[in-house]
Design a protein around this ligand. Sequence first.
Ligand SMILES: NC(=O)c1ccc[n+]([C@@H]2O[C@H](COP(=O)([O-])OP(=O)(O)OC[C@H]3O[C@@H](n4cnc5c(N)ncnc54)[C@H](OP(=O)(O)O)[C@@H]3O)[C@@H](O)[C@H]2O)c1
Length: 247
Amino acid sequence: MPIALVTGANSGIGKEVARQLLALGHTVYVAARDETKSRSTVDELGGDSRPMVLDVTDAVSIAAAVGQVERLDILVNNAGINPGGETASETSVDLFRRAYETNVFGLAAVTNAFLPRLRESAHPRIVNVSSGTGSLGWSAGPNPQFDYLRIRGGGAAYRSSKTAVNALTALYSLELADGGIKVNALAPGLRATNLVAAMRDATPEQLAALGVGDPAEAATEAVRLATLADDGPTGTFFSWDGSVAPW
Ligand SMILES: NC(=O)c1ccc[n+]([C@@H]2O[C@H](COP(=O)([O-])OP(=O)(O)OC[C@H]3O[C@@H](n4cnc5c(N)ncnc54)[C@H](OP(=O)(O)O)[C@@H]3O)[C@@H](O)[C@H]2O)c1
């Protein structure tokens, strides 16, 4: 059966991706930056789940994680942070750096480190969990997922980091197409997770009023992209409902 690795798999969308891949019978490395969280998630999820410590901002941690894996079929780059902040002019360079360190540089570091393992796979797949908030098309025009964000241009650090994730998705897909490695990005939609404090602390009624959905629904699309057939798409940005989102 395929072997998958999900970064940031101890909570939110990543945990649901791991759960659904396990339900398909895959082996899943439940990567988390905190060992206790990884182990407790493995205990919760069961199946052929395996604990892994992986801080995407730490080169030593990434190298140790690579050493734990002989072959890899699926890499889900899900780990991400939203450091807050407002419009670009109101955002400090330090805040931009924090967002990019995890969401962009971490993703590139993990991808590059695991590529030799992915190249050993017969059907290698990479899924980058991006965000509809990073879509330039949706920032410039109507945004079906987060139209309120367009009005003021808020969340500049997080959103521009996800735009960079989209750019890397397109560039990796071009570079890796000859090796059969499919690289796609996902816009998961607004989900009730730990990512945004206001969502973490909201009541179910408040979440429903905001149109915040279940992380499992977004995970289902990530799993579809992780298990694409060999004639499936690459270099595409998909919304959680399977429609194509604009870069
Ligand atoms: N929720 C939404 O509405 C939404 C919308 C669009 C995109 N997304 C994207 O979905 C992905 C998953 O986020 P989520 O919503 O499921 O939030 P979440 O529950 O906060 O999950 C984020 C995960 O990333 C991990 N992480 C953060 N920094 C890390 C690092 N340096 N190394 C390794 N892991 C790290 C977190 O670990 P800790 O538990 O240790 O902090 C956590 O496991 C993110 O890329 C996010 O940008 C979410």
